[in-house]
Design a protein around this ligand. Structure first.
Ligand code: SF4
Length: 296
């Protein structure tokens, strides 16, 4: 495996020499992980009854000011490990009964992750879920062909201004929508096992933000133009003003019941009914795991 000396793994293409320095994402020359454990708070077709075998990677290429995992994403909390150890972690999660392997924010460690999946090889029999903020290059999606079964991707914003203000990524929609089309073409429509657990396909997550109903509706308009039946929509309500959200007046509160209901009604009106709509009351701190190097 070659460590990038002019890194272009993510859309920031910051050009860091990863053999000597950390990039804008916090990623250096060794893969870094904050936690590896069974996780029960994903969509039901992912978490099932036994949990999703989740690996949280340290650092992130996006800079969302409201990140619920900011200690790991912006704070870069975690432990550097070898790719051999990463492969062992994958297999350990499978041995614990995980329905799938769930790689959270792994894009800036793409070569390390692919190498670890290669090392695990046929011993890893559960589906691989690639859990991403959506800010991925099309090249990254192509490189993961044959490794990833389920794309669990965000589509956070339609507006470049909102993406710039909240995630320092004005090109977010252009990049994420192109990546999403590539994921859909690669994975095909959702396929389930006999227990209703997703085996392959795409889940598109959209976190409804306060005071951003117009942008949520624009995201849903875009999604309604994609082939019907090709993906599941998870319209999420659990926004909580974490991290630096208080610096943005519009983000300083949770979304209202009215805002969320309006988003759901709009999605249903567009025919986007395959997927998950959360009750606003389900917003809980449990969505934020304790980052403690468990399983690392
Ligand atoms: S993955 Fe990290 S180091 Fe590589 S281009 Fe993106 S921000 Fe820079």
């Amino acid at each position: 495996m070659e460590i990038p000396v002019h890194c272009t793994l993510c859309p920031r293409r910051c050009g860091a020499d990863r053999t000597r320095a950390r990039g804008a994402c916090g990623g250096g020359g060794k893969v870094k992980v904050a936690k590896a454990a069974l996780h029960f708070w994903e969509e039901p077709c992912i978490s099932g009854t036994c949990g999703s075998g989740t690996v949280f990677f340290s650092g992130c290429a996006l800079r969302c000011c409201y990140c619920q995992n900011h200690a790991v994403s912006a704070g870069n909390f975690g432990k550097e490990i070898s790719v051999e150890r990463l492969a062992e972690i994958f297999l350990s999660l499978q041995a614990q009964g995980a329905h799938n392997l769930n790689l959270v924010t792994a894009g800036h460690y793409l070569p390390w992750v692919c190498e670890a999946l290669r090392l695990a090889g046929d011993r890893l029999r559960i589906p691989v879920v690639y859990n991403t903020g959506g800010y991925e290059t099309e090249e990254a999606v192509a490189a993961l062909r044959g490794f990833v079964d389920i794309w669990l991707t965000d589509l956070k914003y339609r507006s470049p201004a909102l993406a710039a203000e909240y995630s320092d990524a004005p090109d977010y929609f252009d990049v994420a929508s192109a990546a999403l089309r590539a994921m859909l073409a690669q994975a095909g429509p959702p396929m389930y096992d006999a227990d209703g657990l997703l085996q392959s396909g795409v889940i598109v997550r959209h976190l409804a933000l306060p005071n951003a109903g117009r942008d949520t509706r624009a995201v849903l308009d875009f999604l309604s133009g994609l082939p019907r039946g090709g993906f599941l929509l998870s319209l999420m309500s659990q926004y909580t003003p974490f991290y630096r959200a208080a610096e943005h007046k519009a983000l300083a509160r949770r979304i209202s019941t009215y805002e969320y209901r309006r988003a759901v009604e709009y999605a249903v009106g567009l025919g986007l009914t395959d997927g998950y709509m959360q009750q606003r009351s389900s917003a809980k701190e449990e969505y934020t795991p304790a980052f403690d190097l468990e399983g690392v």
